[in-house]
Design a protein around this ligand. Sequence first.
Ligand code: 5AD
Ligand code: SF4
Length: 429
Amino acid sequence: MNVHESEKIAGILCAKGYVECKNVEDADVIVYNTCCVRENAEQHAFGNIGMIKKLKKSKPDLVVAVCGCMTQQKQVAENIASTFPFVDIVIGTFNMDKFGELLDEKLLTKKRILRVLESNGEICENITPMRTSFPNAWVNIMYGCNNFCSYCIVPYVRGRERSRKAENVLKEVRDLVENGYKEITLLGQNVNSYGKDLDDGSSFAYLINEIAKIEGKFRLRFMSNHPKDITEEVVRAIANNEHACKAIHLPVQSGSNAMLSLMNRKYTREQYLQEVEMIRNIIPDCAITTDIIVGFPTETEEDFQDTVSLVEKVGYDGAFTFVYSPREGTVASKMQEQVPADVKKDRIMRLVDLQNERNRVDSLKYVGKTVEILVEDFDKKKNAYMGRDERGRMAYFEFGQNLVGKFVDVTITSTGGMSLLGKVVKVID
Ligand code: 5AD
Ligand code: SF4
């Protein structure tokens, strides 16, 4: 989400004639696009902004801007403005699309701009992002979130759900495919509720079915799905769409019903497991990945063991694991019984070990098989091309000519921990 937003800011600057520079010392404009979903991202941003002080001193005309969901919190925006007097522009998420005009205003008036606005519910359709993730392209289908999970700051800094019109999404996807992009990732905080605010019959299943009609060889991915909203209709649409990767990211957050209830997730462990079963009944080989938070307030060892047993039961193909961090303004941040840091650390380490071991064993099953890989990049350290199969597993392989953006068949010969090592047997496209 944030990466794509940065692509849009870069697109705005590009349209104004700016070009990307490799060294920060050469920059005329530096934009920090921040994230506040978890605490460490926020601390990171503070550290990075502080580092630019010296450069600004030697280059007074340099424009330094800070935007994103961190600065959408008014108190944080003010804190940044007072901590870093050399920052010229501080804006939030809702006026990021106006960055070009704000930059003009700053250059013209030479005055500092500190402008954090509330959402006006609008969706900006006229920015051409400067894409940086070829052969993948990110496509927002909606913005905001209505769910208010008790630990999460997103609804406060990104506003309520707003879906883009299906025709705009479909045009963007068609253009990207025509321009050679091989993987389209649809983005939304909860893609399953796409279209509910539009009242024109659009739904996520409709969008997937329409994308199925687009010709050309490309992969379709999407994130994230809220387990409370995923339906059989959507899973069948994925199953019937030859572009759609048979891979679903289904964040569970916890395996304990007590935690799920306190988290305001609106499903139980049992309902979640039923959904996993429903998905596997419709798409037997579907990869399922997840997000998990450990150390949510009041989480006991027993609650944590419920998460462990759920992870074992589902057999995830990948899990992003997070230590709970209180976010100001959220319901959970006011809960009294916070879990001590050392307990959180111990739990996350045990969980990471469990999932890594599962990935390692799973990788071994690939040896001897031939899988279709979309080549994403060349890894200089490994001196090999890298790419993923449809299920998201990373593979590395050597080849004599540039393969980035091509589909290749790779026979897996061995594994390197969780990743696969192999030999290209066919260049498809
Ligand atoms: N602490 C830790 N992890 C969080 N996430 C969201 N908010 C928090 C928080 N306060 C995680 C959730 C979500 C992912 C994007 O970030 O797992 O799915
Ligand atoms: Fe945050 Fe929950 Fe919305 Fe995801 S669904 S963005 S975790 S509030």
